[in-house]
Unconditional design. Structure first.
Length: 224
C-alpha cells in the first residue's frame, strides 16, 4: 500500500454500470433525435425506463452506498457542504456527499420526467409513444412540448454535474471519476467498508424492470 489509508470498495458494479449507461443513453437520445433516427430513439427511451426502474429499486434494496437513505442528507447539510466547497481537503466521503446526493436526485427526477413524457409524446408525423393514444391527442401534444423542454433541463443539469466534478478535482483535489470507474476509493484505515449486495439480486431486479417496461409498451399498444 502506498500513501495513507486503505483502498475501500465504495461503489458496486450495478451503480457504476447505471451511471455510465445513463451517460451513453443521454448522448444516444440526443444523437438519435438530432439525426431523426426515431426507432433508435424509442429503444434508447425504453432502455432508460428499465434502467430508472432498476435504480429506484436498487436505491431501496441495493448496496449501502446505493441506497437513497445513505446519501440524501438534509438541505441544510448540503448548503453547509457547499459553503466549504473551495476548501482543499481530503475526500472522506464513503458515497455521495451531501450536495452530490441532491444532484443525483435532481438528475433522476429529470430523467424520469423525460421517460414519462416520451411514452406519451408524438412528433405529429409518424412517431407516437406507446401511451400517446391512451392519453389522447391534446395531452400527447402538450406532453411532447414538455418532453422537448425537459431535455434542455437535462443538458443543463449534466453540464453542472460535469463542471462540479472538475471543480472538485481542481479546487479540492478530489478525484470523483476514478471511484465511479474502479469502484474503490482511498479512505482512512478505520473506515468501515459499506455492505455490497449480490450481483444476482441486481440481475433479478433488472429482469423485473425489463418486464415492467415490456408490459407498459404492450398495454399502450392495446395488447392487453
Amino acid at each position: 500500500m502506498r500513501g495513507k489509508g486503505l483502498w475501500v470498495r465504495v461503489w458496486d458494479a450495478p451503480v457504476r454500470l447505471f451511471h455510465w449507461g445513463v451517460v451513453a443513453l443521454v448522448f444516444t437520445s440526443w444523437l438519435t433525435q438530432h439525426e431523426g433516427w426515431m426507432r433508435a430513439h424509442e429503444i434508447a427511451g425504453y432502455t432508460m425506463f428499465a434502467a430508472l426502474l432498476f435504480r429506484l429499486a436498487w436505491g431501496v434494496a441495493g448496496s449501502d452506498t446505493a441506497r437513497f437513505r445513505s446519501f440524501l442528507a438534509s438541505p441544510m447539510a448540503a448548503f453547509a457542504h457547499l459553503r466549504r466547497f473551495a476548501r482543499r481537503e481530503p475526500d472522506r466521503e464513503i458515497g455521495h456527499n451531501a450536495a452530490g446526493g441532491w444532484m443525483v436526485l435532481v438528475l433522476l427526477a429529470l430523467l424520469a420526467l423525460q421517460v414519462g413524457t416520451g411514452l406519451c409524446a408524438n412528433d405529429q408525423i409518424e412517431t407516437y409513444g406507446p401511451l400517446s393514444e391512451r392519453v389522447g391527442q391534446d395531452w400527447s401534444d402538450w406532453l411532447s412540448q414538455i418532453h422537448a423542454a425537459n431535455f434542455v433541463a437535462i443538458e443543463v443539469a449534466v453540464l453542472l454535474h460535469v463542471a462540479a466534478v472538475f471543480a472538485y478535482m481542481l479546487l479540492k483535489g478530489q478525484n470523483l471519476i476514478r471511484p465511479m470507474v474502479t469502484g474503490r476509493k482511498r479512505l482512512p484505515a478505520d473506515t468501515r467498508a459499506p455492505r455490497m449486495r449480490s450481483p444476482m439480486l441486481a440481475l433479478a431486479i433488472l429482469a423485473v424492470s425489463g418486464g415492467i417496461v415490456a408490459a407498459v409498451i404492450l398495454w399502450g399498444s392495446g395488447g392487453v
